[in-house]
Design a protein around this ligand. Structure first.
Ligand code: ADP
Ligand code: MG
Length: 443
């Protein structure tokens, strides 16, 4: 088929870029590159939607490098925004590789460290600026950035960039950058509500979908384990990681920094190989070191929150384990997409407790498929659910039922009301309360 025969030299890219592409070992463009590169070169605004790990970065970096060609003036002509520090660093490294035969200047800025060195870099002159929105805006507000020459703006992980947390910052940018510019948005997921938001600033964008949004990477095998409680999840994790050969490079995602820290401690104590933890409360150096050592293969297991779910490209990750089911459903697609990248295969395992089943239902809806259920290993010790966890799970389930059906009062609710008027329940309640106090003291 003609389309499969496309090569990088079919695009109007110059020799410097073609040589860099060859050095990187890319033999043919990926489907999103094939579709996006000619359109970006032609000056169109676009939404590029393609599965995780399919080369979206080069799909926007290559045509930008081609369009701005060589170093010129002092001010950035392209601005690339991404949601996390690790991701902007990674994008900048890819620019460095692809631009190595050009004289283009690129600078990468992010928070967590002082802006001084970053500002000094910018003062030397910059053609492409990559950064997290907060830090780019800080430097702009210090008067150290001029956007008058800006021709292209990219939002990588566009849906994340336009969610509630970032949208106010994006709106500020739109006020200070030239109206006439090219806008490029890329992601593997693009919920409808985000499309509506983007209409605020995109002019007749073309939507290029290699696959419908939220399609999981096809090289990732997915498995779902139903597990009654936290301790049994920990047990299963220990069992699985005992197989060092199969589980060679693993990312474990948790819903909170506390869970991440606890699992990290557990794995370190059990001697499950080099482990690092990555979340928003970790210092900048520790975050970057964690990712780099994981990339180098010195670290076997990375325990992370969703700060690491978007965009991070580590080759040959054997497994992604969702220790907790993500409650922002798009994150499921991104988390499991840390494996099965650039034509490699991988496995994604999800641990689901009774309260998380609801979220699995929602995730299956957005990915438009059922995640195959795996039996628990026969020798796995199933530990009892603690009273505290049982209550938490029941409460969450009630909350979910009420969300689906606002008229639903719920077992939890009913009990409370009955308690009020039954002397027996009143007495029981008293006892429970003093029991709780004891528990609290113990902690
Ligand atoms: P995405 O943003 O779609 O998740 P990335 O841009 O991070 O994917 O690319 C994933 C990996 O694929 C990277 O390691 C990148 O270097 C590699 N890659 C990109 N384009 C190609 C290509 N045409 N051929 C082979 N590998 C590629
Ligand atoms: Mg990406």
């Amino acid at each position: 088929m003609a389309t499969e025969e496309k090569t990088f030299s079919d695009f109007k890219l110059n020799k410097q870029l073609l040589n860099a592409i060859a050095d990187m070992g890319f033999t043919k463009p990926s489907p999103i590159q094939e579709k996006a590169i000619p359109r970006i070169l032609a000056g169109q605004d676009l939404f590029g939607i393609a599965q995780t790990g399919t080369g979206k970065t080069a799909a926007f970096v290559l045509p930008i490098l081609m369009k701005i060609k060589y170093a010129q003036g002092n001010d950035p002509r392209a601005l690339i925004l991404a949601p996390t520090r690790e991701l902007v660093i990674q994008i900048d490294r890819e620019i460095k590789e692809l631009a190595k035969y050009t004289d283009l200047r690129h600078v990468c800025v992010y928070g967590g460290i002082g802006p001084k060195t970053q500002i000094e870099e910018i003062q030397k002159g910059v053609d492409i600026l990559v950064g997290t929105p907060g830090r780019v805006m800080d430097i702009y507000l210090k008067g150290e950035l001029v956007f008058k020459q800006l021709k292209v703006m990219v939002l990588d992980e566009a849906d994340r960039m336009m969610d509630m947390g970032f949208m106010p910052q994006i709106r500020k940018f739109l006020e200070v950058i030239p109206r006439k510019r090219q806008n490029l948005l890329f992601s593997a997921t693009l919920p409808d509500k985000v499309v509506t938001l983007s209409e605020e600033f995109l002019e007749f964008p073309e939507r290029i979908e290699v696959t419908p949004q939220a399609t999981p990477a096809k090289l990732v095998e997915q498995k779902l384990y139903y597990i009654p409680n936290f301790l049994t999840k920990i047990n299963l994790l220990g069992e699985l990681l005992a197989d060092e050969e199969t589980f060679s490079r693993v990312i474990i995602f948790t819903k909170s920094k506390e869970h991440a820290n606890n699992i990290f401690k557990f794995l370190s104590r059990k001697g499950k190989g080099e482990t690092r933890v990555l979340h928003a409360n970790k210092g900048q150096n520790s975050r970057i070191n964690a990712i780099d050592s994981f990339k180098d293969g010195e670290v076997r297991t990375l325990v992370a929150t969703d700060v690491a779910s978007r965009g991070i490209d580590v080759s040959s990750v054997s497994h992604v384990i969702n220790f907790d089911v993500p409650v922002i459903y798009e994150d499921y697609v991104h988390r499991i997409g840390r494996t099965g990248r650039a034509n490699n295969t991988g496995t994604a395992l999800t641990f689901c407790n009774p309260a998380e089943k609801y979220h699995i239902g929602k995730i299956q809806k957005i990915i438009r498929m059922q995640i195959p259920v795996e039996d628990l290993p026969a020798n796995l010790e199933i530990l009892p659910t603690t009273k505290e966890e049982r209550q938490k799970i029941n409460k969450e389930i009630d909350h979910q039922k009420r969300r689906e059906n606002p008229g639903f009062k719920g077992a939890f609710h009913e009990k409370k009301e009955r308690k009020k008027d039954s002397p027996y329940l009143k007495a029981l309640n008293k006892k429970k309360k003093s029991g709780n106090r004891k528990n609290k003291r113990r902690r």
